[in-house]
Design a protein around this ligand. Structure first.
Ligand code: BGP
Length: 461
């Protein structure tokens, strides 16, 4: 089945991962700038240098037939200090992107926050401090007022679960903490921030729609036993429900709250904040799909949250939450170099499940595969990426055939960019970015293939 004309096809990026120019034109440091400098880790000071290549990048997206571009705004580029002073040069940069999109006939799909928090908020406890959520409302309003005349599709927050769990629980993203109490507070505050972002949008009477983007991990039990099904519920609450239920229904899953209240201090969940969350639910969901997970009942051992960050194919991460569930790998699936299971059927089931449950329009806001690649040949022959994208787009089209209301599909990523802890060597782009001084753009075979997908509305799949 071919999709409607209005269906959005494009590539996605995020400010910290691609812009570079980390201290240019009045931008203040983000938490990622500060922490990666402090620890002398590979960073995105330059990254894909999108800041200086933006017109070329949008021209390439147009050449690839894209009808939309998903990108994020950088809070520390737009707001200079805790008083909320606006950096006009930051506004000018995003005006440049949005105007170039308009000229190219490309719809901007804009994420207000994709993890780069101003250091002046990180210093006060970052997302564990409710003040950060309250400050987000002002920042979001500045964005709507500056760009709302041309942007119709807004996302409050990218992946609340992913960056808070890695930053406060797993401890391999800034601020590198391992503290479940902090994770719970940060998780609550980020959902409050999202609701405040929706509130500011509605109060301002801006045109268009507003949603949230979630790192979607559909969960399967290894069998139909009661124990496995209970483990599925735990894992679904852990992976998905605390973001999706809260964003769409305005309420955290009650069984999760009850369970957490036995061990943790939930006093951050004040009634006035719960009312804001209830009153400001989203218009749509963006789902980032990379993989799904199989789980079984937990039987023994301590909580373990480990990912493959080495890029050595054979290594497996391990997710186990004491008393709740244990992740298991399906030996019949294929895996990426970074140990992610490749399972397009999970996207089909996940979309059906999400639409049945939430009944709001859905976007695939990210889908892609990270690989080692040499950007030398022109074009790069990435048949493995074509086959990954082809299988996933086919799964999405099947879900649409079965009645799921899909509005768009974005490849992660439009061009190669910095991967949070794997640096520039984990490449996802449809367009390669060479390691030379010019950051030469080199379209890959997948870029040409995706153009054909768009031209045929998915019919060539
Ligand atoms: C998502 C993020 C993106 C992107 C992608 C790939 O979770 O929204 O920002 O990075 O995952 O992840 P990684 O770069 O860690 O492979």
């Amino acid at each position: 089945m071919a999709v409607d004309k209005g269906f959005l096809w494009g590539g996605a990026t995020a400010s910290y991962q691609c812009e570079g120019a980390w201290d240019a034109d009045g931008k203040v440091p983000s938490n990622w700038d500060w922490w990666l400098h402090e620890r002398e880790l590979p960073n995105a000071d330059v990254a894909s240098d999108h800041y200086h290549h933006v017109l070329e990048d949008i021209a390439l997206a147009k050449e690839g037939g894209h009808t939309a571009y998903r990108f994020s705004l950088s809070w520390p580029r737009i707001i200079k200090d805790r008083e909320g002073t606006v950096n006009e040069a930051g506004i000018a940069f995003y005006n440049k992107i949005i105007d170039a999109c308009a000229e190219a006939g490309i719809e901007p799909f804009v994420t207000v926050f994709h993890w780069d928090l101003p250091m002046y908020w990180e210093e006060l406890g970052g997302w564990t401090n409710t003040q950060t959520a309250l400050a987000f409302e002002h920042y979001a309003r500045v964005c709507y007022e500056a760009f709302g005349d041309r942007v119709r599709s807004w996302v409050t927050i990218n992946e609340p679960k992913w960056f808070t769990s890695r930053g406060y629980l797993v401890g391999d993203y800034p601020p590198f903490h391992q503290n479940a109490q902090e994770y719970i507070q940060a998780g609550f505050n980020i959902m409050l921030a999202s609701a405040l972002g929706v509130k500011a949008f509605r109060e301002g009477g801006f045109e268009g729609s507003i949603g949230i983007v979630h790192s979607y991990t559909p969960v399967y039990g290894i069998d139909d036993t009661i124990e496995s099904q209970i483990a599925v519920r735990y894992a679904d609450n852990f992976n998905n429900n605390w973001v999706l239920d809260t964003a769409v229904f305005g309420e955290f899953p009650i069984d999760l709250v009850t369970e957490l209240s036995r061990t943790y201090d939930l006093s951050c969940m004040k009634p006035e904040y719960l009312r804001i969350i209830k009153a400001n639910t989203v218009d749509f969901l963006g789902l980032n799909y990379y993989s799904s997970t199989d789980v079984k009942a937990w039987t023994e051992g301590e909580t373990t949250l480990r990912f493959n960050t080495s890029g050595k194919g054979g290594e497996r991460g391990k997710i186990m939450v004491k008393g709740w569930f244990e992740q298991v790998y399906n030996p019949h699936h294929k895996f990426t170099d970074w140990g992610m299971e490749i399972y397009p059927e999970g996207l089909y089931h996940g979309l059906k499940k999400a639409f049945d449950k939430y009944h709001v329009p859905l976007y695939i806001s990210e889908n892609g595969i990270g690989c080692y690649e040499d950007i030398v040949d022109e074009p790069v022959h990435d048949d493995y990426r074509i086959s990954f994208l082809q299988d996933h787009i086919a799964a999405m089209l099947d879900a649409m055939d079965d009645g799921v209301d899909m509005r768009g599909y974005f490849v992660w990523s439009l061009f190669d960019l910095y991967s949070w802890i794997s640096g520039m060597e984990k490449r996802y782009g449809l367009i390669g970015v060479a390691d030379d001084e010019e950051h030469r753009r080199v379209p890959k075979d997948s870029f040409t293939w995706f153009k054909r997908v768009i031209e045929t509305g998915g019919d060539c799949i």
